[in-house]
Design a protein around this ligand. Structure first.
Ligand SMILES: NC(=O)C1=CN([C@@H]2O[C@H](COP(=O)(O)OP(=O)(O)OC[C@H]3O[C@@H](n4cnc5c(N)ncnc54)[C@H](OP(=O)(O)O)[C@@H]3O)[C@@H](O)[C@H]2O)C=CC1
Ligand SMILES: O=C(O)CCC(=O)C(=O)O
Length: 424
């Protein structure tokens, strides 16, 4: 495979290899545009930075950070920043590639980018976290900017971290540059609705998919892995339509309640410092049993590679909604397809976040801010239309929803590539 770059350890290709395989699966459907397909297998630029941080005890620790521009044919790079102890270059490359596809599926005028720092933020004090964030922002400052690459939140990053990033970039520029990141606090040029947008989008897309399958959401049983920004919001949206959240999982464990978990009681438990895995209002189950619970809808909303060949055969749900990026391996994709399970891919299901990030970027440029109702109406319309296009393409080409989404996206990206040409 000449698409494997020399800087990746061939033995540990990880998520980037998954992305390459997903691209390979769409290639036969691209016609003449297939001529340009290699462009998607080669990230445009990669920056690896050293982040020295003075710790509260006076010592200095070094962290490794990344920012990857996968493709900018359709506009500036766009994608979140992840803080996690297991972040790798392969993972950030794949996440950037998925952003290219996601932005194109939705029709946003962005390319794909992503960043990450290999750190467990729970081990840092607030001061250490701020210093890490500011140094990382300064180090990647050559790549980011409102018309170059606009970071946003992802796993373990939030509005406060975006505020520090915006402030650091602005200080280095000598002027306030609101539009350099999205997912900021509303009081600092953030958009209403951005915090909930990804989980809300999972619900909007899930509702459309359920409708196609004749699955009534009232009373539907939903299992969700990950109870962070995406998983918790999606759970609330599903519960609000009468669906039952029958199982949840986070790093502290898995819980089950056949009649539905009381989300308000769970929130009070979490606010009081309780761990989800020990919530007294549900039954604790083994993590591996989470995947086999009786459910109609399964929402992986944590990390990559969670649905694999080991658990895909036992999944009971008819509908899998990928709230996380890359939660399903290609092998598991095939197993689910052969079992008649409908899977709505990450690049569509979790695109609500970047869609409202786009709204935030537009609002920052114009310094004119929309109401939450305007934002949610536009989000609903854009995601529903994108879902219909992907569904239609899947029927027409007799491919999975993932390949259909890649088909629409790759056509847009490669057409832009073709029109722009190669310089020189
Ligand atoms: N935030 C956003 O706007 C977007 C996020 N996404 C994707 O959604 C996913 C979740 O992101 P987000 O909700 O923002 O992240 P958060 O950091 O808010 O939440 C992550 C959740 O996943 C749980 N988790 C982490 N590792 C595991 C594991 N090994 N097993 C079970 N649960 C685990 C965490 O548990 P604990 O809290 O106990 O650590 C937490 O509940 C990621 O794949 C992300 O890339 C996609 C689009 C946009
Ligand atoms: O809001 C954004 O710009 C990007 C969100 C993101 O990282 C993602 O969709 O995976």
């Amino acid at each position: 495979m000449d698409a494997i770059p020399s800087y990746l350890d061939r033995a540990h290709l990880g998520p980037w290899e998954v992305f390459l395989e997903q691209v390979d699966r769409v290639a036969p459907h691209l016609g003449d545009l297939g001529y340009w397909i290699e462009t998607l297998k080669h990230p445009k630029r990669i920056l690896i930075v050293d982040i020295p941080v003075k710790m509260d005890d006076g010592s200095i620790r070094h962290f490794e950070g990344y920012r990857v521009h996968h493709n900018t044919s359709r506009g500036p790079g766009k994608g979140g920043v992840r803080y996690h102890q297991d972040v790798t270059l392969s993972e950030v490359m794949a996440l950037a590639g998925w952003m290219t596809i996601k932005n194109a599926v939705i029709g946003l005028p962005f390319g794909g980018a992503k960043g990450g720092v290999r750190v467990d933020p729970r081990t840092l004090t607030r001061g250490e976290l701020e210093r890490l964030t500011r140094r990382y922002t300064s180090e990647i400052g050559v790549l980011i900017g409102p018309d170059k690459d606009i970071p946003a939140p992802d796993v373990n990053t939030n509005e406060q971290i975006m505020a520090w990033m915006m402030d650091t970039y602005s200080i280095n520029q000598g002027r306030t540059v609101m539009g350099v990141v999205t997912g900021k606090p509303v009081s600092l040029g953030g958009s209403l609705g951005r915090r909930e947008a990804t989980g809300r989008g999972v619900f909007i897309v899930g509702r459309s998919a359920a409708c196609k399958l004749g699955l009534d959401l009232a009373g539907a049983r939903v299992a969700i892995q990950g109870y962070g920004n995406v998983g918790a919001t999606a759970a609330r949206c599903f519960a609000a339509t009468g669906a039952k959240i029958v199982a949840l999982q986070d790093v502290t464990g898995s819980i089950h309640a056949g009649d539905g978990i009381d989300l308000d009681a769970l929130q009070r438990w979490l606010d009081g410092g309780g761990a989800l895995g020990r919530f007294p209002g549900a039954t604790a189950i083994a993590n591996e049993d989470f995947w086999t619970v009786e459910a109609d809808i399964l929402v992986p909303a944590a990390l990559e590679g969670q649905i694999d060949r080991h658990n895909a055969r036992d999944i009971k749900a008819r509908l899998v909604l990928e709230g996380a990026n890359g939660p399903t391996t290609p092998e598991a994709d095939d197993i689910l397809t052969s079992r008649g399970v409908t899977l709505v891919p990450d690049v569509l299901t979790n695109a609500g976040g970047v869609t409202v990030s786009y709204f935030e970027w537009v609002q920052d440029f114009s310094s004119f801010f929309w109401t939450e109702q305007e934002i949610n109406e536009r989000l609903e319309r854009i995601l529903s239309e994108a879902f219909e296009s992907v569904w239609k393409a899947a029927q027409e080409h007799r491919v999975t929803l993932r390949t259909a989404a890649y088909l629409l996206a790759c056509r847009r990206v490669l057409e832009a590539r073709q029109l722009r040409g190669i310089y020189p």
